[in-house]
Design a protein around this ligand. Structure first.
Ligand code: GLN
Length: 494
């Protein structure tokens, strides 16, 4: 059974559907793997063993009744900023440490309806603010490829759970890179859909004009399978698009002939460490070998992405997080009056990075500064989106790094700005709202450590998910970097 855990999600679903194995056996195998490996990795904040077994039995019964379930018995991990009814949903924050979700979010519910088995809730940077998982108030998650290194963030636990073979697929959220950067760090596939393509109902909001839920998987096909099931209009999320979903699972191309892939002039690879740079140069050449035509494109305003994002995202978070005040949810620290209770609750409940963002955001939105900061950032955002639109006039997809380096060691980035710069390559796509994916693309040693995995980021125009998966899948099958395990992977117990 544990061998089947390593199989593609589609294969697990086929075997469970044909009653070759039961969903109950898959749940037990995955829970056993978590018991063996997670003490070393720390991917999970909550393991929902009883729920997993109960859902697995229900899946087996539904199959016996003749239902067709595209995710039958597929072990699923869920980032702990998504609601799962009756389960602790913490956002890795003290303020929600004991919060029990009263309902299940739409994306999660769709996957469970399709037969997925919920294994538990995974660690993240507090409220998804960070790039290493080090901002979690509730636990440490380690990179399965080198336990001395971070898994990336903020979806670090979701990514590590798949990378270490505990979950078959997982759900992450991506506001400025939180699926793509950790996916790159842990040698798995992570995809951010077009803004509005997947419902955020039940996702605890960070920055509402940017947040998207997306799939994390061991391969592109599995990511597409999960994406297809989640995508589409949801009456509970007014920002979800009513546009019909083009199915992506099974969309395949064997080569990239006739595909124009844009390489961004402003993303100068010379700025990267030599080993990282060499890996990306090889990745571009591999795209060419598959028949793609590489064309130079320009994103002159992308360089303003990080500055723009760090006004818009904190502004929205300062507003979204105002609801955590000790009155309705989670932690409450009593003060002499209402104002003192707010203050004491928020002072005790939020960590430093969250407080920093709330302060920046509240300042940027305050009268007198609003035009100078927030409105200007929105204008810069429009220019960045326009740059992408112009670039896509001459190419079908853009390729670039998913992150500026491979996974770094714990405590390596102590000033906030160096952490913010980890998302230099992923933030522009988030601001533009376009879909993007990170696919394993090679290895490099950084800061004298072992060879660590890297991710190639591909993005396409709004709602061009199908092309995105096709191109990523062709690249993946031709290169197969995910198959290689780092030597240090052996440190993870079998
Ligand atoms: N690292 C970025 C941040 O800290 C992006 C996080 C995310 O996408 N949720 O805001």
């Amino acid at each position: 059974m544990s061998d089947l855990l390593a199989a593609a999600a589609g294969e697990i679903a086929r075997r469970v559907s044909s009653r070759d194995v039961s969903a109950a056996d898959m749940a037990d195998a995955a829970l056993a793997r978590i018991a063996a490996r997670d003490p070393a990795i720390g991917a999970f904040l909550t393991v929902t063993a009883d729920l997993a077994r109960e859902r697995a039995r229900a899946v087996d019964a539904r199959i016996t009744d003749g239902e067709r379930l595209p995710l039958a018995g597929v072990p699923l991990a869920i980032k702990d900023n998504m609601c799962l009814a009756g389960t602790r949903t913490t956002c890795a924050s003290r303020i929600l440490e004991n919060f029990i979700a009263p309902y299940t979010g739409t994306a999660v519910a769709r996957l469970l309806d399709a037969g997925a088995i919920p294994l538990g809730k995974t660690n993240l940077d507090e409220f998804a603010m960070g790039s290493s998982c080090e901002n979690s108030a509730l636990g440490v998650t380690r990179n399965p490829y080198d336990l001395a290194r971070v898994p990336g963030g903020s979806s670090g636990g979701a990514v590590a759970s798949v990378a270490a073979g505990m979950a078959s697929v997982s759900l992450g959220s991506d506001t400025g890179g939180s699926i793509r950067e950790p996916a790159a760090f842990c040698n798995v596939v992570g995809m951010k859909p077009t803004y509005g393509r997947v419902s955020r109902y039940g996702l605890i909001a960070f920055a509402s004009s940017l947040d998207q839920i997306g799939p994390i998987a061991a391969n592109v096909d599995d990511a597409a399978l999960v994406y297809d099931i989640m995508a589409g209009r949801d009456p509970f999320d007014a920002t979800s698009s009513a546009r019909p979903v083009e199915p992506c699972f099974g969309a395949r191309r064997d080569d990239l002939r006739g595909v124009r892939v844009g390489v961004v002039r402003e993303f100068d690879l010379a700025a990267l460490e030599p080993g990282v740079r060499a890996a990306y140069e090889t990745a571009y050449r591999d795209l060419e070998k598959l028949g793609a035509e590489l064309v130079e494109v320009r994103l002159p305003t992308a360089d303003y992405g990080v500055a723009t994002y760090y006004l818009i995202a904190p502004a929205e978070c300062s507003s979204n997080l105002a609801r955590f005040d000790g009155m309705r949810y989670g932690l409450r620290v009593e003060g002499a009056d209402v104002a003192a209770t707010y203050e004491a609750t928020r002072a005790a409940g939020f960590g430093d990075e969250v407080k920093r963002r709330i302060l920046i955001g509240t300042h940027a939105l305050s009268s007198g500064y609003y035009d100078a900061y927030y409105v200007r950032a929105q204008k810069a955002r429009t220019l960045i989106a326009a740059d992408f639109a112009k670039a896509f006039a001459s190419c079908d997809a853009i390729a670039c790094p998913s992150a500026a380096s491979a996974a770094f060691t714990f405590n390596a980035k102590t000033d906030p700005v160096s952490m913010y710069l980890m998302d230099y390559y992923t933030i522009p796509m988030s601001l533009a709202g376009i879909p993007a994916i990170s696919v394993p693309c090679g290895w490099a040693a950084t800061d004298g450590g072992p060879q660590m995995p890297l991710g190639l980021q591909l993005c396409t125009p709004l709602f061009a998910e199908r092309e995105l998966f096709e191109i990523a899948g062709a690249y993946e099958r031709a290169t197969n970097h995910a198959a290689r395990r780092a030597p240090s992977f052996g440190e993870v117990p079998a």
